[in-house]
Design a protein around this ligand. Structure first.
Ligand SMILES: *Cc1c(COP(=O)(O)O)cnc(C)c1O
Length: 356
């Protein structure tokens, strides 16, 4: 069933603004021309600006979901001669481990539990590796890592720092220079609040230098970078989503820049957390991003039953977990076109569920 009239709080897709939806409703224009090139140039420039990328950084625009960004980065930047430390704190960390296995990339699977890696120096030996891969925000459990500490660790040990910021960009700070990040993956359907289908890989000169010859036609970064110099992609891109991206980036710039947008996300997350304080729900982790809140019932109720009740009785869609944590946790996203009124819908529904 398409849940048209429901209030959505899932970590992707997220609530989109009216203007973004309107752009999606217009006829998709032809794109092999200067006006589309200008749009793509603008998007590349603004993304790099918002990531505080150093000079001569570039962006690859892929028409594919976020996982294609993760896989293509491993394909293009790593070979069997490399050795990567993969931070694995849940489903998305495990995905990087699986990808490394698929491509026979030597790696250490570091299972991160109950830590934001602020003390990474004491936990990991960086001397035997040349790459570190991390999901800035492990969306499966709503846990954010200390990108600053990780960046320092990478700098000290000369590791290529690859960050999946798919569910952190726009809501939480991701700064290529301050956090010593060489490659960042972002995707349309999370904080950017666009439809799914567009994934972007930003690389600084160090990462660009690592690009090797790959045995893939569609995911060959060299082709994207070459065509990108004239504002084009090698194959038909998701033109409409690129137009929506342009609008979204202009909006962020107009609203005061990325800092303002991150601060707003922080306010929204804090407002939600403060206003459910009286309910028998506990934060699942101390290290919460602005993007999301992960909650554990403390009164023995099943998290999955709560998600079902919110949907059936209150037309509010939150996100259940799978596997072992199905009954223990559920997730509430703060990404997207959200405001106090939208969050109040969820708070009201939770209050009614608990009859308070
Ligand atoms: C959503 C997400 C992805 C991408 O998932 P897709 O379904 O392939 O778009 C990757 N990493 C993280 C951390 C995510 O939150």
């Amino acid at each position: 069933m398409i849940q048209k009239e429901f209030a959505i709080f899932t970590p992707g897709p997220v609530k989109m603004s009216r203007e973004i939806l309107d752009i999606g409703a217009i006829q998709t224009p032809y794109f092999r021309n200067q006006s589309f090139s200008d749009v793509l140039f603008y998007c590349e420039k603004q993304l790099l600006n918002m990531l505080n990328a150093p000079k001569n950084s570039r962006v690859v625009f892929l028409t594919a979901s976020g996982t294609a960004g993760m896989e293509s980065v491993v394909m293009n930047l790593l070979t069997k001669k490399n050795h990567a430390i993969v931070i694995n704190g849940g489903g998305f960390g495990q995905r990087f481990v699986d990808i490394c296995e698929s491509y026979d990339i030597p790696h250490q699977n570091y299972k991160a539990k109950k830590t934001n890696l602020q003390d990474i120096d004491t936990r990991l030996d960086g001397t035997a590796s040349d790459t570190l891969i991390v999901n800035a925000h492990e969306t499966s459990v709503g846990h954010i890592y200390d990108l600053e500490a990780i960046g320092k660790f990478c700098q000290k040990n000369s590791l290529l720092n690859i960050v999946d910021a798919i569910s952190a960009f726009v809501t939480d700070s991701v700064d290529m220079q301050k956090h010593h990040i060489d490659c960042v993956i972002v995707s349309s359907q999370k904080g950017l609040a666009l439809p799914p289908g567009l994934t972007m890989v930003a690389m600084n000169p160090k990462a660009l230098n690592k690009i090797n010859k790959v045995r893939s036609h569609y995911f060959n970064f060299e082709n994207y970078l070459k065509d990108g110099t004239r504002g084009q992609t090698p194959y038909t891109p998701c033109v409409s989503i690129v137009l929506q991206l342009e609008h979204r980036l202009r909006q962020i710039a107009k609203d005061g820049g990325i800092e303002t947008t991150i601060n707003k996300a922080k306010q929204m997350a804090n407002y939600f957390r403060k206003n459910i304080n009286h309910l028998p729900l506990q934060a699942y982790t101390k290290f919460m991003p602005n993007a999301m809140t992960t909650l554990t019932p403390t009164d023995g109720k099943s998290a999955f039953d709560i998600v079902c009740a919110l949907e059936q009785d209150h037309k509010v869609i939150t996100c259940p977990n799978g596997g072992e944590t199905k009954h223990k946790v559920f997730r509430v996203s703060h990404m997207g076109d959200t405001d106090i009124a939208h969050i109040d819908i969820l708070i009201d529904a939770l209050n009614k569920f608990y009859e308070v």
